[in-house]
Design a protein around this ligand. Structure first.
Ligand code: C2E
Ligand code: MG
Ligand code: MG
Ligand code: MG
Length: 285
């Protein structure tokens, strides 16, 4: 009978919903406790100039060390934090902690902090960033903010206004994961980004037989050059990838070839030359 089966379906649906809601509530509660008990850590991943082989800065990557001492990746908890609004206190903690740590470094390296679209639309970010810079004493020129284009899509006008205010503070703004969204090119038109971060998916495909990735990377580098915006390639894992990027005029690189995201002290112990000499000596294929 149609009616009975519909009732059954609804019951199953509600049981699923209930489970999903409970799972989300559990993660939310755990995240709240993680904030209180300072279970978050910042890891740093080096970025380097292709030309000089030297470090140009460090991307700040959030890690959650749970009760068992296991690191949980941000891809597993940032979405929940965004849905529940917990990304606001977590994001503020990341900014403050990163600026505080970098201000104490012997070398004035730049740090790049990821921002969630939720932060851009729900807090007075220019005021918060300004306050944290003053509080920590970090020079604004040492802070780069990374945003993805999803932040631009929701409310382009408001977002560009906020980004302009941020730039007026003296910080720089990078377009993260470039090439993965729906509006990468119009986003570049809407706001003068200081850097384009080419998504690492293009790097993965570089090793394969498909010529498309090479063509796309070349095209993005041409766009960057035409707009005078430096391009950083993410996810560089092999000397071959680096050689290709160098031959095509890519400005900066970041990836496991140079270093994994690491705790502060380990990340900073790199020394002057970050790009391995063996990789530097190679010529482009
Ligand atoms: P993202 O900003 O694009 O960061 C780069 C991601 O690529 C990092 O993953 C990094 O560990 C990884 N990666 C770097 N080099 C390589 C490589 O050579 N090979 C491979 N396979 N992976 C590489 P992670 O740390 O898991 O972070 C994932 C994403 O989580 C980030 O992507 C960013 O969108 C977000 N995220 C991380 N920290 C924060 C934060 O503090 N706030 C916010 N809102 N988002 C964050
Ligand atoms: Mg990033
Ligand atoms: Mg990225
Ligand atoms: Mg990414």
């Amino acid at each position: 009978r149609a009616k009975a089966s519909l009732t059954q379906d609804v019951c199953f649906y509600e049981a699923d919903m209930d489970q999903a809601v409970r799972a989300r509530r559990r993660v939310t509660q755990a995240l709240r406790e993680a904030l209180e008990r300072e279970q978050f850590e910042l890891h740093y991943q080096v970025q380097a100039s292709v030309e000089t082989g030297k470090a140009t800065g460090y991307e700040v990557l959030l890690r959650w060390k749970n009760d068992e001492g296991r690191y949980i990746s941000p891809v597993d908890f940032i979405p929940v934090a965004e849905e529940t609004g917990l990304i606001l206190p977590i994001g503020e903690w990341v900014l403050r902690q990163a600026c505080r740590q970098a201000a104490a470094w012997a070398e004035p390296h730049r740090i790049a902090v990821n921002l969630s679209p939720v932060q851009l639309s729900h807090v007075d970010l220019p005021r918060l960033v300004h306050q944290i810079l003053i509080e920590t004493g970090l020079s604004p020129s040492r802070l780069e903010l990374e945003i993805t284009e999803t932040a631009m899509i929701t409310d382009m006008e408001r977002t560009t206004h906020v980004l302009r205010q941020l730039k007026a503070l003296g910080v720089t703004v990078a377009m993260d994961d470039f090439g993965t969204g729906y509006s990468s090119l119009s986003t570049l038109k809407a706001f003068p980004f200081d850097k384009i971060k080419l998504d690492r998916s293009f790097m993965l495909e570089l090793d394969g037989a498909a010529p498309q990735s090479r063509a796309i990377i070349r095209a993005v580098l041409t766009i960057g050059e035409s707009l005078s915006i430096p391009v950083l390639a993410e996810g560089v894992e092999t000397a071959e990838q680096l050689a290709f990027l160098r031959a095509q005029g890519c400005n900066e690189v970041q990836g496991y070839l140079l270093g994994r995201p690491q705790p502060e002290a380990d990340a900073l112990s790199h020394g002057a030359a970050v790009i391995p000499a063996t990789a530097t000596a190679r010529t482009a294929a």
